[in-house]
Ligand binder design. Structure first.
Ligand code: ASP
Ligand code: MG
Length: 414
């Protein structure tokens, strides 16, 4: 008998008939002999609806109250799904994040899980019940409700799977696995049978929305086998996210990711002295704003320009703060915000052992007349910031350049 955590995304529980269908799916797994623990997202569109309501009241809602508000989306779907299981005659019980002992830090709207007891889930399993847990939420040490960032129910599921030492965590979603690029952009994008934790981690953090980045970090750290699969396609095989193996190293590029939720802030005329960058970025870090790429250009006047990228959703909050900081350090007061940018990236563990990948990427973009605004690299990824209007073209071009549509071509010839 296997212990399996099922996670159902928002579109899988988007209306009552879908909730009933999910209940049947869970019942089927239970009848087949699995112990099933379920984690659900809010019904499709619900979290956005709640955010919209808050924004009708104020521009920058206080995050403590926003979290309490947003956590209700998952409580609704979790209660309804449990009722649907009960209606089918199953002994199911619904729980909030708090009730299953999910304790997070206090970074409201993007809290990180610190510990998880899962006691009530364990008791439910012992009694043969199906535990249904509201995803995306926990409480901090002060017992305030927190949420885990957009897509955070994935992390609830993987963290529970780790805490319960589950045999498998299945992320049921509206796509049949992880693709070489977004199939809405690239018609011949391919589903990958398997991908390494590390590549998945990069793809997720670079904008592939199929899994929340934190969930992959958890899966990697606690070696939780993850299967990403479609809720709707019964025959779909999905994608296994697992430890890296030797086959994967032969592949130069595993996937192309893009992220349109980016913004760039530039501070000009920054005095070029030790401690200035430390000062700027400490102030940003204090506000728990996560930044991504940073570029500094030095001019001959002893003044530098510093640009950095961050999630677009944080750019208003950051801009106000950065203006204040710029004044304080004697930089130019007008700080530039550019929200018309996007990041395109290629990812593959094979890059570790192959050269020339960056050159091929840059040349391919140049051939389409796409200008590169910023570049960043790691051992297994290369990212370029470009003008947002070229995103789709760039993704298609890179997919083709690295032969991702054709599995036999993907193995490197370089
Ligand atoms: N409901 C939250 C969101 O829309 C969390 C999740 O779906 O995982 O981001
Ligand atoms: Mg999701």
């Amino acid at each position: 008998m296997a212990l399996v955590v099922h996670k159902y995304g928002g579109t899988s529980v988007g209306d009552i008939s879908k909730i009933k269908a999910v209940a049947e799916k869970i019942a089927e797994a239970k009848n087949a002999g699995d112990e099933v623990v379920v984690v659900v997202s809010a019904m499709a569109g619900e979290t956005d609806r709640l955010i919209g309501l808050a924004h009708q009241i104020c521009d920058i809602p206080r995050e403590r109250e926003l979290d309490l508000l947003l956590s209700s989306g998952e409580r609704i779907s979790c209660s309804l799904l449990t009722l649907a299981l009960q209606a089918l005659g199953y002994n199911a019980e619904a729980f909030t994040g708090r009730q299953v002992g999910i304790v997070t830090d206090s970074a409201h709207t993007k809290a990180r899980i610190k510990r998880i007891t899962a006691d009530r889930v364990k008791t439910a399993i012992e009694k043969g019940k199906i535990a249904v847990v509201a995803g995306f939420q926990g409480i901090d040490e002060a017992e305030d409700v927190t949420t885990l960032g957009r897509g955070g129910s994935d992390t609830t599921a993987v963290a529970l799977a780790a805490a319960l030492n589950a045999d498998l965590c299945i992320i049921y979603t509206d796509v049949d696995g992880v693709y070489t690029a977004d199939p809405n952009i690239v018609a011949d994008a391919r589903r990958l049978d398997k991908i390494s934790y590390e590549e998945m981690l990069e793809l997720a953090s670079l904008g592939a929305k199929v899994l929340q980045t934190r969930s992959v970090e958890f899966a990697k750290k606690y070696q939780v086998p993850l299967l990403v699969k479609s809720t709707f396609e019964k025959e779909g095989k999905g994608t296994m996210v697992v430890e890296e193996d030797r086959d994967m190293e032969k592949v130069l590029v595993a996937g192309v990711a893009h992220d349109k939720n980016q913004a760039k802030i530039t501070i000009s005329g920054v005095p070029d002295r030790p401690g200035i960058a430390g000062n700027i970025f400490s102030r940003i870090a204090e506000k728990e704003i996560v930044i991504d790429m940073i570029i500094q250009n030095v001019s001959d006047q002893g003044l530098a320009d510093i640009s950095f990228t961050l999630p677009r959703t944080e750019s208003k909050k950051a801009l106000e703060l950065v203006k204040e900081v710029a004044k304080g350090i004697g930089a130019k007061e007008e700080v530039a915000l550019d929200t018309d940018i996007a990041k395109v990236s290629i990812v593959g563990v094979g890059m570790r052992s192959h050269s020339g990948v960056a050159a091929r990427m840059f040349s391919a973009l140049a051939a389409e007349n796409i200008n590169i605004l910023m570049i960043s690299t790691s051992e297994i990824k290369i990212s370029c910031v470009i003008e947002a209007k070229y995103t789709e073209l760039a993704v298609r071009t890179l997919h083709k350049t690295f032969g991702l549509e054709n599995p036999s071509l993907v193995t490197s010839s370089m």
